[in-house]
Design a protein around this ligand. Sequence first.
Ligand code: PLP
Length: 418
Amino acid sequence: MGLNNDKATRHLSSLEKEYENYLEYPLNLNITRGIPSEEQLQLSQEMLGMLNDPEDFLSKNKMDIRNYGELTGIIEAKELFSAILGSESRETIIGGNSSLSLMYFVLTTKLFMGSVPWKTKSPIKFLCPSPGYDRHFSMTEKLGIEMIPIEMDENGPNMDQVERLVLQDQTIKGIWCVPNYSNPTGIIYSDEVVNRLAKMKTSATDFIIMWDNAYAVHHLTQENKVAKNILTACKEAGNSERPWMFCSTSKITFPGAGVSAVAASEKNITMLANELSYQTIGHDKLNQMRHVKFLKNTNQLKKHMEKHALILKPKFDLIQKKLNERFNESNLLTWTNPKGGYFVHLTTMDGCATEIVESLDRIGVKVTKAGATYPSGNNPRDNSIRLAPTSVELADLEQAMDVIGLCIEMISLREGNK
Ligand code: PLP
């Protein structure tokens, strides 16, 4: 697209003038962090006062939860989290406050333990559907695992690409998946994608699926659609040992003091519990009980998540309104309209995302680094920006969206004019 007329040139210079004004009077806004707002944290405040009576410290099997024991979690927590993950209690281990550390634990166990530790053979590779979650990729890189980017579309990873690679290369040992309201594109894996992941033939006999269900219950609408259960699908396909499913209450109660869980086949869980026994005698059972008393069951959890949605929906709606106003008829930008999760993803013209994010930074608006959602931060098309609106006030978000729109338009028009 070229600037071949006066009108377009005048439009670009008026955008540049507007931008110069912001350079002189910068803003101070940060929409980089996918974290709950204070108002959301407040929704779970009463949970902190829930253990008062002597019987509150006794689990169903009369275990005093203030004491050592229950390595894999209290029965009540296993019931609650297995209902969230779609597993049986005996297929579930309750962790500490972070599901990421459970993911790290599973990967290090695969790398260094077992009858044939991955590390004894190198290289080891992982499929990384991109854009994806930056911390999955930095963990993979840190552990010395090579990353292979896989395209994402509205149904999940490009399965033709996945099936071809896993069949031909036995050093590919796994794939990262965020099946519900994927970080950052907000999509839900289709049934077809889940079935193909469960059934596909892999050259590596110990291939695993890291199924990070961080946004399993984080709906913004009444649709409440979720991806098919990968553990069930894998069992049906005769690949029960393939999936590892994770979740946590980081964005249900408190990221700083939540509870996490991992589920897999009984065989895998028995193996992981054995490895865990060398690290700890048990995680924080008082916090597990607080969560059980507060969230109770999936019905109560749903009601609690509706309160989160009431706070979050206006922010996501505002982003749609602002982008529609500016880019509805434009070919400069496409964006996602997620029905849950924590992010909106923008696809800019190729080669523009870094410059847009840097120009925003110069006028005091911090947005996640362009490319951060790609393995090693490298997006060859430089066209991806992640917006994380949850923790910002609505008024600040409105201001941020105005300048985000301004910078996208200004940089893209300049690029088109080159
Ligand atoms: N997985 C995904 C996809 C996330 O987006 C996040 C946080 O943003 C996490 C995991 C972090 O989970 P936790 O707080 O349980 O470690």
